[in-house]
Design a protein around this ligand. Structure first.
Ligand SMILES: *[C@@H]1O[C@H](CO)[C@@H](O)[C@H](O)[C@H]1NC(C)=O
Ligand SMILES: *[C@@H]1O[C@H](CO)[C@@H](O)[C@H](O)[C@H]1NC(C)=O
Ligand SMILES: *[C@@H]1O[C@H](CO)[C@@H](O)[C@H](O)[C@H]1NC(C)=O
Ligand SMILES: *[C@@H]1O[C@H](CO)[C@@H](O)[C@H](O)[C@H]1NC(C)=O
Ligand SMILES: *[C@@H]1O[C@H](CO)[C@@H](O)[C@H](O)[C@H]1NC(C)=O
Ligand SMILES: *[C@@H]1O[C@H](CO)[C@@H](O)[C@H](O)[C@H]1NC(C)=O
Ligand SMILES: *[C@@H]1O[C@H](CO)[C@@H](O)[C@H](O)[C@H]1NC(C)=O
Ligand SMILES: *[C@@H]1O[C@H](CO)[C@@H](O)[C@H](O)[C@H]1NC(C)=O
Ligand SMILES: *[C@@H]1O[C@H](CO)[C@@H](O)[C@H](O)[C@H]1NC(C)=O
Length: 580
């Protein structure tokens, strides 16, 4: 735009050529460094022209012709100016081209049109611009420390023309100079040969912790023909060093709770940057302070390691403290192991747990949970068993203790014989229940019939007992003998069994006999019928008695008979037999 306007001004002023000569309305020709400068003559070329010329004028008054072209001749005559050797070109229309623009080309160039009687001059001022090389932050600090001025680095923008300016930015915000906190030193050098400027700006800066990861950039602002332009350096980021203000201590342990035998590692952390690597550790018994790295390990800790642990920075008095609890669990069972006692003896038992927490003690006997703590005033055979006393510290993984008492109760064999008529009415079952330990050997003998006529059936030893049964259907009265023997004693019991055709009252079976055969439903039914028949017989008996009393009134004799239960029973049994 500007040259076009200048062109018109010059065109208007052709009328007043003197004014042009005085340099009014001077044109400016802008060029980029290294490019070709194009300076049009900007004068109308009249027919009477003899020749056109170009010259330059310096401020000190120096004039130098550089090129001439006579209208009559086809060639341009270039003057011998070393500076412009091979760099000039004058076109047919007298436009001057200057190749490879330099700063030194900034001169006033004048186009002269020479006539027979006059000379017209059109001056133009050449201005050259050079964009600086992209700025660079050099001599960057490896780290910067809070609380003091740090030289962050120096920004350099090389080879600009004209002078350029540098400014610093932090995270995109302009950094202004602040007393004692932000100090910017600016420096500009000119290269004498090329005439180009190199601009430098150093930044001294007092950082805060927040400047960690802050991006520092520098911007160069330079002039170009149309406007000012700018370009940024690559950002620079600095590690900000700051002192530790707080120390914290941590317990590193593979599990949440610590138990005896564990290794404990204490870790101390300072919040400074870089994090401190050396600390003093204080244990409950070592108040001196043990110099260590940021960790301190205690191996195979015992309960006496419970207490407060502290750490501090070696050169400062910042203390951090933590409490370590070493959990433990002891269990004592008295007596324990294998204990042999005799029936009737007393055996006090105690199981006590001692722990860093309240813990329950759980008892089991032969793997069944007990709701009480066993202790014996008078031992029974049934008290024998495998007792386990157990305790668990639930807060601490893997802390569990158990102790075992294997109680053996020895007792002489104790016999109990029962007999029972079987529902079929043809055989009898004789049961010999033997209690004792070591497990007795049970045998049967009989008197009356030779040996044991029928097989015996023996239950396994259970609950301190052996139940041996024999089924017999004797033709005549026999005496059966059950013999039980262990290392302590030999015990015998006998029972008289009458012949099968002589019914007997069944003896009550041992209620505690766990091995008692379940009476099947059919047997129950038969018992029911028998009871019903007995009742009917009784009613019939009473009716008969009443009838006899009325007819004979021999009350005394009958009363005697009724009072004798043995006789009465026989009567009933006979009734039963006759029915069956
Ligand atoms: C101008 O510069 C170019 C490279 O930029 C170079 O090749 C050429 O020789 C230069 N011309 C003159 C006349 O200096
Ligand atoms: C002068 O001539 C050159 C070509 O030789 C042309 O590019 C340029 O525009 C002309 N200038 C003027 C002012 O006429
Ligand atoms: C900066 O320091 C100068 C002297 O060094 C002092 O006169 C001026 O008041 C200070 N300005 C601020 C804002 O602290
Ligand atoms: C550089 O700064 C100076 C003074 O602040 C100013 O006069 C000049 O125009 C600036 N130059 C550029 C290229 O911004
Ligand atoms: C404790 O550390 C020692 C060696 O330092 C190692 O032998 C042992 O297995 C560790 N104990 C535990 C429970 O990790
Ligand atoms: C802690 O107890 C263990 C044995 O259980 C012993 O060797 C060690 O010396 C004790 N430590 C302290 C500090 O009392
Ligand atoms: C034992 O007696 C039962 C009936 O009381 C009979 O069925 C069985 O065959 C007898 N066994 C022997 C070996 O005599
Ligand atoms: C068995 O009967 C005989 C006589 O027959 C008698 O002496 C003995 O005491 C009886 N035994 C039992 C255990 O009832
Ligand atoms: C068999 O025993 C019964 C009583 O249980 C008795 O009345 C009977 O006389 C006895 N018989 C013989 C042959 O001993």
């Amino acid at each position: 735009m500007a040259p076009a306007i200048a062109w018109r001004v010059v065109a208007l002023c052709l009328v007043c050529a003197t004014a042009v000569r005085r340099g009014l309305g001077m044109r400016t020709v802008n060029a980029i460094y290294g490019d070709t400068i194009i300076i049009p003559c900007s004068l109308d070329v009249p027919k009477s022209l003899l020749f056109g010329k170009w010259k330059y004028e310096l401020a000190d008054g120096t004039r130098q012709f550089v090129a001439t072209k006579a209208v009559a001749k086809p060639n341009v005559q270039y003057d011998d100016v070393p500076e412009y050797k091979d760099r000039l070109l004058m076109a047919e229309n007298y436009t001057l081209y200057i190749m490879n623009a330099t700063i030194n080309d900034q001169k006033k160039f004048v186009c002269m049109l020479v006539f027979e009687d006059d000379v017209l001059e059109a001056p133009a001022v050449v201005k050259v611009f050079k964009q600086p090389i992209k700025p660079e932050i050099v001599n960057q600090a490896n780290f910067i420390e809070t609380g003091k001025l740090n030289m962050l680095g120096e920004c350099i923008a090389k080879d600009s023309y004209p002078e350029s300016n540098l400014t610093w930015y932090k995270n995109g915000k302009l950094l202004k100079e602040v007393n004692e906190t932000v100090i910017i030193d600016f420096q500009r050098d000119k290269d004498q040969e090329s005439g180009l400027y190199t601009t430098k700006s150093s930044l001294q800066y007092m950082p805060t912790k927040d400047d960690l990861n802050a991006e520092f950039t520098c911007m160069v602002v330079y002039e170009m023909p149309k406007q000012k332009e700018s370009s940024f350096s690559e950002p620079a980021v600095f590690d900000v060093y700051y002192p530790t203000e707080k120390v914290t201590i941590q317990i590193l342990s593979p599990t949440k709770s610590i138990k005896e035998g564990d290794n404990i590692t204490l870790k101390c952390i300072g919040n400074g940057n870089p994090p401190p690597q050396e600390f003093l550790f204080y244990t409950p018994e070592q108040q001196e302070g043990i110099k260590s790295s940021n960790t301190y390990t205690l191996t195979d800790v015992k309960r006496n390691a419970t207490g407060d642990y502290k750490c501090s920075l070696t050169d400062q008095n910042m203390l951090a403290s933590t409490t370590v609890t070493v959990h433990y669990l002891d269990l004592s069972l008295i007596p324990s192991g294998e204990v042999i006692k005799q029936v009737g003896e007393a055996l006090p038992v105690s199981c006590t747990a001692s722990s860093s927490r309240d813990v329950p003690v759980i008892w089991t006997k032969n793997k069944n949970k007990l709701s009480f703590s066993p202790s014996f005033a008078s031992l029974k055979i049934q008290d024998a068993g495998n007792y386990v006393c157990e305790t668990v510290l639930t807060e601490v993984e893997g802390l569990k203790k158990r102790k075992t008492l294997t109680l053996i109760v020895e007792g002489k064999p104790q016999l109990k014989l029962t007999k029972k008529s079987n529902p079929d009415g043809k055989s009898k079952t004789i049961t010999c229940t033997v209690e004792g330990y070591p497990i007795p050997i049970v045998q049967w003998t009989s008197i009356g019939i030779g040996g044991i006529a029928n097989q015996t059936e023996e239950s396994p030893y259970f609950d301190g007992k052996i139940v041996s049964k024999i089924n017999i259907a004797p033709e005549e009265n026999v005496t059966l003998t059950c013999i039980a023997e262990n290392k302590l004693d030999r015990t015998i019991a006998s029972v008289n069994v009458s012949a099968i055709n002589i019914p007997e009252q069944d003896e009550q079976e041992d209620k505690n006999d766990e091995n008692k055969e379940k009476v099947n439903d059919q047997a129950k039914l038969i018992v029911g019928i028998v009871v019903g028949l007995l009742l009917a017989a009784l009613v019939a008996g009473i009716a008969y008695w009443l009838y006899m009393k009325k007819s004979k009134s021999a009350s005394k004799h009958v009363g005697k008979e009724l009072g004798n239960t043995e006789e009465n029973k026989k009567l009933e049994e006979n009734n039963h037999k006759s029915e069956a």
